[in-house]
Design a protein around this ligand. Structure first.
Ligand code: SF4
Length: 897
């Protein structure tokens, strides 16, 4: 009776506990990966140690494939399991015999594709041979498979599916004893061959398939970063943070090899100079460098590449100066360099070899290697090994070199054994090496029990974590695209794993459910693109999560390095350098600027200084000017000057021209028009000034700015105010004991028999808010005018200690003409306070320090407050200073995690 049941756990942790318990009861546990079996064994051992057990029997926990293979070995069959190179050799033999369809080239890469199709079809219980389906490549493949199966038989090889069958048969015949219960763990799905075998097991024992699955929830999102590098750096820092907070079962799952490289680099940087203490950061890498990319392996094959080089010097140098090659004699290096690189150096390989031989370089076997175009593989290998031995290759310098060397020597032995007799050219030899190395990685030995595991999806099956990060979750990773299966017809493709979009979607969903069950916290992320030409699509199974601004997440290492990221040495050193430099730069600026504050300043310059010392420095001492904008019409400054002139002429000439002022309004108007025309004079040939005249004087349809002003002045005149002086200059006005002397000109002074005097400043644009005069104190015009009047600096007025007002006459447009003094101000109280404030404000500039210190300051780091119309925001560094201050000024702590 077949007894198979499914048991679903809501978390991998529960599954793990249950597996340990089942193992301790003596049940047979077969896991999807060897890593999972080792993890369960490790947990079992830890449990025993915790219970203080002194000894125990190793439980029956095995990786499924390993258990099958070990069991098969106990059967003493006279057939051997088909090795990869053995299979490639047989495929090679078959494809030599059968004519290839157009477009296919014989060789190891074709053989690998045929083996892939063979494995897939046989595991999924599909017919390997059979009637034609009309699909050219599939029909050709059937023919090839027929011969391949015959060769398998002849060579007494058996493929994986047949091993399963033979072990299944032994189980059925009770040649293998099984426990009452068998548990299969960590399998997403079983292919037909494995399923058939499990049914055989289930006929003898009770079989349970245990899985942990969890449904996604609404909050699940994929965090989007700008690039994969940024994503990996950020994720690794998050992992480290969790590690530092005490979590010790952390995992990072990736979908493609490129991500693995980035993660490896990021962790290496984070673990830089890590002490090997018990609490040190320990991580386990489940992947390594593909053997074909390892420099030792590449150096081994350099001699074969050399034979085709028309300019061999570079490759010869790489070989002879490789760290994997021993250089026996002192003084050998310069001789080789001279031989290869002098101006009369060798050009062809033959020439180069001749010269190298001449200086005693043991390169002779390279000549043997090039002797024949075609020869048996074993002769190629012999010549290659002879050259290696002459060069003292390979020298291993680290653990991974030793591993790469072991793989290389193993491949050498297998090639000799399997294809040693095959005759081939050097390109084919390279192709065989490449095919033989495919799938082999040089994996640095890192402890599998380390707290941080960096794994691919398959290796992560059935492992439980406190927190799992899944990186690279884009539309071509989850779900994966359909597989490219050129040797299968459409009917076959429908039935194999990864053949259709539907199947991949289903697999993607299952993978997602497994990942979600792996930890209580699972974080998904992806990059928006690999590079500019390779954007990633969003994962259709999980929505994206971008930053608040809707853009991808970025991590500015230089501005916002997290505590964890400061473990990266290059970043730490770089930041220290930048900060030292900017600190020094700031100090240098503060101490050595050689622009003393001038003793004598104009009021407008003085205003710049009070508003922001740096603005004053840039504009008045460095004489920097903003780039001139293209303007149409009259310059505002020129327009202001002309209006000032008109008003001066008018106010000074009014008493004589209009004796009945303010009663004679008509004559006053006439005089105003006459003054305007006099001053504008030749300007009026310019159409822009004609329009300006209209703006100032108006016509039947529109009011004129100056006419509106005149009306307001008439009202004031009726109250008793009279024009006293206009454009009255003052010089060397001292502002407290600052040592600064101001020069300026009061636009107008009025007088009243009872109310004293009024000082006015004309404004042809907006007047400053009262707050900037009275509270911020950065508008010096009115206080300076008042001081000049009080101290007798206005020549036509002398000293004045009576009542006084001050304000602005705003002449921006006809509808907004205003004559307003600042209300409720006690100038007697204000002026000493202002002088005191100015003294403080000038402390820095008087020492040559012109800091970017805007008043009023911007309320945020945008250009507001005093910075709003300043042309120097890119020079003053004020915004960056703000950011630095927000970051805090503490020095970085080295290596602090
Ligand atoms: S932008 Fe602001 S801080 Fe910079 S110079 Fe101008 S006013 Fe000063």
């Amino acid at each position: 009776m077949i007894r198979i049941s499914d048991r679903i756990f809501s978390s991998v942790f529960e599954l793990e506990q249950a597996l340990v318990e089942a193992a301790s009861k003596g049940e047979l546990v077969l896991t999807a990966t060897s890593r999972l079996s080792r993890r369960v064994l490790h947990c079992y051992r830890l449990g025993r140690i915790k219970r203080k057990d002194l000894g125990w029997k190793t439980p029956t926990i095995f990786g499924f494939n390993r258990w099958i293979k070990n069991t098969f070995d106990t059967l003493w069959e006279h057939f051997r399991p088909l090795s990869r190179l053995g299979a490639l050799r047989l495929w090679d033999e078959v494809t030599q015999r059968i004519e290839l369809p157009e477009g296919l080239r014989p060789g190891p890469s074709l053989n690998l594709r045929l083996q892939e199709a063979f494995d897939l079809l046989s595991r999924h219980g599909q017919a390997l041979v059979g009637p034609s389906s009309g699909h050219t490549l599939a029909d050709w493949r059937r023919e090839v498979f027929k011969h391949f199966l015959a060769l398998l038989e002849k060579n007494q090889y058996i493929p994986w599916t047949e091993i399963l069958e033979r072990v299944g048969k032994a189980v059925a015949e009770r040649k293998i004893s099984l426990p009452e219960n068998i548990i299969l763990a960590g399998f997403n799905e079983l292919a037909n061959a494995e399923e058939g075998f499990v049914k055989v097991l289930a006929d003898k024992s009770k079989v349970e398939i245990w899985r942990a699955l969890k449904n996604p929830d609404q909050n699940m999102k994929v965090r989007v970063y700008a690039t994969p590098e940024l994503e990996c750096q950020s994720i690794c820092a998050q992992v480290l943070k969790s590690w530092n907070s005490g979590q010790k079962r952390l995992g990072v799952v990736f979908f493609d090899q490129d991500y693995f490289k980035l993660l490896k680099r990021s962790f290496e940087e984070l673990a830089d100079r890590e002490e090997r203490s018990p609490n040190a950061l320990r991580y386990n890498l489940t992947m390594g460098t593909p053997l074909s990319e390892h420099p030792l392996f590449q150096t081994a094959l350099l001699p074969l590449r050399l034979l085709d080089e028309t300019q061999p010097n570079a490759l010869l140098s790489s070989l002879l100066f490789s760290p994997y090659v021993m250089r026996p004699q002192n003084g050998w290096d310069p001789a080789i360099k001279t031989s290869l690189w002098s101006s009369d150096g060798a050009n062809t390989l033959k020439d180069a070899l001749f010269r190298l031989k001449d200086i005693g370089c043991p390169i002779q076997p390279l000549q043997n290697l090039s002797l024949y175009q075609k020869k048996p593989m074993k002769v190629w290998l012999q010549d290659l090994e002879s050259l290696w031995s002459h060069l003292g290759f390979p020298i291993s310098r680290c653990e991974t070199d030793t591993l790469a060397k072991e793989h290389l020597l193993k491949i050498l032995g297998e090639l000799r054994k399997e294809v040693g007799h095959l005759e081939m050219g050097r390109n084919e030899v390279q192709a065989w090496f490449k095919a033989a190395s495919q799938g082999i990685e040089v994996v640095e030995k890192t402890p599998e029990t380390a707290g941080i595991q960096i794994l691919n999806l398959v290796e992560s099956r059935g492992l439980s974590f406190d927190h799992l990060w899944v990186v690279g979750v884009h539309g071509r990773a989850l779900p994966q695209p359909v597989r490219d299966l050129p040797f299968l017809d459409s009917g076959e493709i429908q039935k194999v794993e990864g053949g259709t979009v539907e199947k991949q979607w289903e697999t993607g969903q299952k993978n997602l459910f497994c990942l979600l069950a792996a930890a209580p916290h699972v974080t998904f992320s992806r990059a928006i693109s690999k590079d500019e030409d390779f954007p990633f699509l969003p994962c259709p199974l999980i929505p994206d999560e971008s930053s608040h601004e809707g853009s991808p997440y970025t991590v500015d290492l230089w501005k916002e390095p997290s505590e964890e990221m400061l473990r990266i040495r290059w970043l730490r050193e770089g930041l220290k350098g930048v900060r030292r430099r900017s600190k020094k730069l700031r100090e240098t600026i503060e101490e050595s600027v050689n622009f003393p504050l001038p003793k004598s300043l104009g009021v407008t310059q003085f205003e710049d200084l009070l508003i922001c010392p740096f603005k004053f420095f840039a504009k008045n001492l460095l004489d920097l000017e903003p780039l001139e904008e293209q303007k149409v019409g009259i310059e505002p400054k020129e327009r202001g000057g002309v209006i000032h002139k008109i008003l001066k002429e008018f106010t000074q000439g009014l008493a004589a021209a209009v004796p009945d002022w303010p009663d004679d309004k008509g004559k006053a108007l006439e005089f105003l028009e006459k003054t305007v025309d006099n001053i504008l004079g030749r300007y009026l040939e310019d159409p822009f000034w004609q329009v300006e005249r209209l703006r100032l004087l108006g016509d039947a349809e529109s009011p004129g700015l100056l006419k509106e002003w005149l009306e307001k002045e008439r009202e004031r005149a009726s109250e008793g105010w009279g024009f006293e002086v206009a454009e009255e200059s003052f010089e060397e006005l001292s502002i407290g004991d600052t040592g600064i002397l101001l020069n300026g000109r009061v636009d107008r002074v009025d007088s009243h028999p009872e109310k004293g005097k009024a000082l006015w400043d004309y404004k042809t644009s907006d007047s400053p808010p009262d707050r900037e005069v009275l509270e911020d104190m950065v508008r010096p015009q009115l206080p300076a005018y008042l001081l000049s009047l009080k101290q007798g600096h206005l020549p036509r007025l002398g000293e004045w200690s009576g009542q006084v007002k001050a304000g602005y006459i705003t002449l921006k447009k006809a509808s907004e003409v205003e004559i307003e003094d600042l209300k409720n101000v006690d100038w007697e109280d204000f002026l000493p306070r202002w002088k005191e404030w100015v003294k403080k404000r000038l402390e820095g500039p008087l020492k040559g320090l012109y800091s970017a210190d805007p008043k009023p300051p911007p309320s945020s780091l945008q250009n507001e407050g005093a910075c709003k119309h300043c042309p120097f925001p890119n020079l003053c560094d004020f915004k960056a200073q703000g950011v630095r201050e927000e970051e805090g000024s503490e020095d970085l702590q080295e290596g602090d995690s």
